[in-house]
Design a protein around this ligand. Structure first.
Ligand SMILES: [Zn+2]
Ligand SMILES: [Zn+2]
Length: 347
């Protein structure tokens, strides 16, 4: 008797770097390729940046994360499947997803068009599986079109680090020709200096140690202030005072010490994260009507402005590239603070 043979197509699988419990190590596993639901697309991921905020997922520092979870919110790839009711995007199109992973369109903030501050903001890698995998599903309102001339590994960090610095400068109120200081020359700072230069500011870069001076100038700073040998606030006042200081290094103490470097009506814009309080007296704010403002990443429209601006001006992140299976190593490199300057995974 002959046996009836039925050809069974093996279920398509993909490689994933996941965290299965708070504080757990990266696990490199195989999973089924997900299907997009209505209003979602599936992206064949090409590159995903490793951001310090991935620590929320790795260490379970964000409330409500369900494990196992795949981190990653600096995702660039190609759309390879469309869910029902998706318009405006097509298969084969390059797309990215940044920190802003979706909004509800119904909360008081969304109703005012303020999507970045949605009360139910979703973040890839936290609210749902992010970009440390070969295929990712994302809601259509989170998508960003990626310009042709940007490499995947260059575009990815622009979707969080890039939009954060670009958006902070746009919020700073500084005008072309103004003195703008960038504190910290790292993952955020090296992008901030480039953007500030292309915005037409006079850029003072503030770092610790003489070694960073040459790089700061190459990135577009006209002045380098070494906090090891100089009081940076006095250094800025000698230049006339900064209209904005973009604080990227995670040190509240260093930010507080810089405040007196602001010109009248100047603003300290904070994007570096530290849990210690800033220390500024009311008088420091009142005299010269100076302010402090925090800003976060930005909505997909701002992410798209960032990549488009980078394309035409030549602003590019400096990256170290690791393959997906070495995600744990790439993450450790990012956490060491020694990476120059963003770590990016390729699939
Ligand atoms: Zn990030
Ligand atoms: Zn909302």
């Amino acid at each position: 008797m002959s046996t009836l043979r039925v050809a069974v197509k093996p279920a398509a699988t993909m490689k994933v770097a996941q965290i299965s419990k708070p504080g757990g190590d990266f696990e490199f596993v195989e999973r089924g390729i997900p299907e997009p639901n209505p209003g979602q697309v599936r992206i064949k991921v090409q590159a995903c940046g490793v951001c310090h905020s991935d620590v929320f997922t790795k260490e379970g520092l964000w409330p409500g994360i369900q494990y196992p979870r795949v981190p990653g919110h600096e995702v660039v790839g190609v759309i390879d499947a469309l869910g029902a009711a998706v318009s405006g995007w097509k298969k084969g199109q390059r797309a990215g997803v940044g920190w802003h992973g979706g909004h509800d369109n119904t909360c008081p903030q969304c109703l005012r068009g303020d999507f970045r501050n949605c009360r139910n903001l979703k973040v890839p890698g936290i609210s749902y599986d992010g970009g440390y995998q070969q295929y990712m599903v994302a809601p259509v309102e989170a998508l960003v079109a990626i310009p042709e001339s940007l490499k995947d590994t260059e575009a990815a960090p622009l979707l969080c680090a890039g939009v954060t610095t670009f958006g902070a400068l746009r919020a700073s109120g500084a005008l072309p020709g103004d003195l703008v200081a960038v504190q910290g020359i790292g993952g955020l700072g090296h992008l901030a200096i480039q953007f500030a230069n292309k915005f037409g500011y006079k850029v003072a870069a503030i770092g610790r140690g003489a070694e960073a001076a040459a790089l700061a100038k190459k990135l577009g700073a006209s002045t380098y202030i070494d906090t090891k040998s100089t009081n940076a606030a006095e250094g800025l006042q000698k230049l006339g005072g900064a209209q904005a200081i973009l604080a990227t290094a995670p040190s509240s103490k260093a930010m507080s010490e810089l405040f007196d470097g602001l010109a009248p009506n100047g603003k300290l814009v904070v994007i570096g994260v530290d849990s210690e309080p800033l220390q500024v007296t009311p008088l420091q704010l009142i005299v010269g009507t100076r302010g402090i403002q925090g800003t976060a990443a930005g909505a997909p429209a701002a992410e798209e402005d960032t990549v488009n601006f980078a394309e035409i001006t030549g602003v590019r992140p400096m990256v170290e590239i690791y393959p997906l299976e070495r995600a744990g190593e790439g993450y450790a490199r990012m956490m060491s603070g020694k990476a120059e300057f963003r770590v990016v995974l390729t699939m």
